[in-house]
Design a binder for this molecule. Structure first.
Ligand code: NAD
Ligand code: MN
Length: 481
């Protein structure tokens, strides 16, 4: 049964949101040269949160020049020990301002406060602490005795973990001595702009971090700017491919972190309740807006009915609604566009003959919502088994033998993550050797840690973020300009 809870909203007043934001270039907030702006919305209420400057080609050029100057004059020549001091200071400020950051993230993105407060923001701080620790030890990271920074990094990030994706990009780049121009996603620019304020508060030298708000055109202008040395992109496979095409023939370095269609594989010897919790965390965490989400449940045939039944029972207890409420499990879908993508793919599942079940919950009148949904009777040919839905929708397939599980799990153009649920350690290792995925979790799912490299194979992209491996994306042993 579901208990009634009294509302327990986190206070919105812990964060002050300006009505208008400029671009963060060379240490200060400035208007875009065209004066053009766009609005960002709270997806749970459709309320306009702020008006934000839209960067054009001229603004990109200004930001890249500021980053170049800061790189050659200040940040590149600075000792790793001194760079570390700034990064530690930023990490501590993130902790100090964690409540503000969590509330702002929840307002702009729609994710439950419990997740922004307990997962996103602590991981953001952890990424800065971890990389601060590397800044003066890069000669011991396995990249030769004196690896060099690459230069100016252009970084484009998505809306699903706005501040965390910023941390994954900015912390290693800065630790290695690069400067950055970062473009947050158009639906979630606000925590990046608060991060810009934190850079000011930390006295970070002007131009080391530049933040350009805008949509796809701003991103395109940034990655095509001839003054940058490296592009790091997280987002859709389609945009990733177009960036790769536009960089071909240049000497810009590139890392891509794209989509996924991960298999969460449950064997008949797995503890049912734990596995069900893991499946729920795998696909309903962050409304399923997770590139490494366990969006395909592969369950051994003999226990499939039991698992699906337990799963539906568990999903019926999840609370969907006000993301600022501390009891909320499922928040809002980030945008109307994303909701229509989810709805279209769910309709295709129904039309192609899979059986849909959605948790019985009341959706709020305003904002964008989708109930936790499970499809059974899914075949590998169905679109919902092949395409990334990026929403709270699980496709259930079955298997009989470990070989069949491996074959089905790998039958995808993606290769970002996978999960294995079994009591047998030997089976975990046997499976892990055969699954073609960058990250494999065993008897857990969606665990992140700054010491652990993250990244994919095939259409999930290339390059790693996090850990010693992630430093390699921001270092070179070549002589740089
Ligand atoms: P997207 O790839 O369009 O956007 C990601 C980022 O790239 C945003 O900052 C966007 O402004 C920017 N961008 C868009 N076009 C660009 C271009 N031509 N050049 C440079 N930058 C550009 O993703 P989306 O439209 O927000 O989502 C579409 C789908 O992508 C989702 O349904 C989901 O399947 C997938 N997605 C994956 C991830 C991930 O973490 N791997 C994140 C977001 C979305
Ligand atoms: Mn928003």
């Amino acid at each position: 049964m579901t208990f009634e809870y009294a509302p327990a909203p986190e206070s919105r007043s812990v964060v002050s949101i300006a009505s208008r934001y400029g671009l963060f270039i060379d240490g200060t907030f400035v208007d875009s040269s065209s004066g053009s702006t766009f609005t960002t919305i709270n997806p749970a209420t459709e309320e306009v949160l702020a008006e934000v400057a839209e960067a054009g080609t001229d603004d990109v050029e200004r930001a890249v020049q500021a980053a170049r100057r800061a790189y050659t004059e200040v940040w590149g020549p600075m000792s790793g020990r001194d760079r570390a001091k700034y990064l530690f200071r930023i990490a501590r400020l993130i902790q100090e301002r964690s409540r503000e950051l969590a509330v702002l993230e929840t307002l702009d993105n729609g994710k439950p406060i419990r997740e922004s407060r307990d997962v996103d923001v602590p991981l953001v701080a952890a990424h800065f602490f971890y990389h601060a620790g590397w800044a003066d030890k890069l000669g011991h990271a396995g990249y030769g005795p004196a690896p060099k920074p690459i230069g100016v990094a252009a970084q484009v990030i998505p809306w699903n973990f706005p501040l965390l994706m910023l941390a994954w990009k900015v912390a290693p780049a800065l630790a290695c001595g690069n400067t950055v121009v970062l473009k947050p996603a158009e639906t979630t620019p606000l925590t990046a702009l608060l991060f810009a304020e934190i850079c000011q508060q930390a006295d970070l030298p002007p131009g080391v971090v530049n933040i350009l708000t805008g949509a796809g055109e701003t991103g395109r202008a940034l990655v095509e700017n001839p003054g940058i040395d490296k592009v790091a992109f997280t987002g859709s496979t389609e945009v990733g491919k177009s960036i790769m095409r536009s960089l071909a023939g240049t000497d810009k370095r590139l890392t891509l972190e794209l989509g996924g269609k991960a298999a969460n594989i449950v064997f008949d010897d797995a503890p049912v309740d734990e596995a069900v919790e893991g499946v729920v965390n795998g696909i309903y965490f962050n409304q399923g807006h997770v590139c490494c989400a366990g969006s395909r449940l592969l369950v051994q045939e003999s226990i499939a009915d039991e698992i699906v039944e337990a799963l539906k029972r568990r999903l019926s207890t999840l609370r969907l609604g006000d993301p600022l409420d501390k009891n909320t499990d499922i928040g809002a879908i980030n945008s109307a566009e994303q909701l229509s993508r989810i709805t279209a793919l769910v309709s295709s599942g129904e039309a192609e003959g899979a059986e849909r079940w959605s948790a019985p919950c009341t959706l709020p009148d305003r904002g964008w919502w989708f109930p936790p949904t499970v499809f059974t009777g899914v075949t590998q040919a169905h679109r919902i088994a092949r395409e990334e839905i990026f929403g709270p929708v699980l496709s259930v397939l079955t298997f009989r033998t470990p070989d069949e599980a491996v074959e089905k799990a790998n039958n995808t153009p993606y290769g970002l993550s996978a999960g294995i649920w079994t009591e047998k350690g030997s089976r975990i290792l046997w499976m892990a050797e055969r699954l073609r995925a960058g990250v494999i979790w065993a008897n857990t799912f969606n665990r992140f840690d700054p010491t652990s490299p993250f990244g994919g194979y095939k259409e999930s992209g290339f390059g790693r973020e996090g850990g010693i491996q992630g430093l390699g994306a921001y270092l070179t042993t070549e002589v740089t300009r």
